[in-house]
Design a protein around this ligand. Sequence first.
Ligand SMILES: [Ca+2]
Ligand SMILES: [Ca+2]
Ligand SMILES: [Ca+2]
Length: 231
Amino acid sequence: MKSLIKLGSAIFGVVLSLATIEVAKADIVPGTVSTDAFDSTQGTVITNDDTIIDPINAFRTSGGFEDGHTLMRNGGLGSISFIEFATASPVTIGGVRLFAHNDGESSGFRRAMSNFSLFADTNSDSVFETVVANQNINPNYALQTGNNAALPENIDLTIPSLVGNITAQSWRLEVTQGSDIQPFEGARLVELDALPPIPTSVPEPTCASGIALVGALGAWINRKQKAFKCA
Ligand SMILES: [Ca+2]
Ligand SMILES: [Ca+2]
Ligand SMILES: [Ca+2]
């Protein structure tokens, strides 16, 4: 009986790990994380948007439309679509990592974007006064400078903040539509991950590390003196 239970739990474990692998494989653009400061798992909520579907998917790795993707508004080539969102408390970021996916060259780069911008409301007056990112993007993602994605229809772009480390709770992203192949098109936004703040100064040596240095120097002098006596 015990061995049957063991066998059963082993099979369950294999099934569970296969299911986990399947979820991990689901995203078209690899690299998105659920631990960043903008993620819905950290408490981020949508406060306003004009998307076609699932704006929260820009801040979570799976679920809903295409298991984790957002479709921005279709307003025609060059039109701007937006999402406003709030983190659970003020967060400090050093930039963002943008993930997107178009339908490839054979489909005229359908669902591509031509610009991505991020704004912050640093004083909570409902005015997004600070431009954190304003990044032009080639709708043919394969030609985009700095794109780290392996496949030509994907974007994996690290965008440092234009104003250095920035702290806010209310944010607004804007996506410019980069193709116009069909009605109800809209650019596909896969995810926006926040990057941690960049360290701004080198820490001063502490008293403890200074004492350790003096100790090491003393030991080195002793060894040299002994070596000299032996010679
Ligand atoms: Ca995320
Ligand atoms: Ca996502
Ligand atoms: Ca403001």
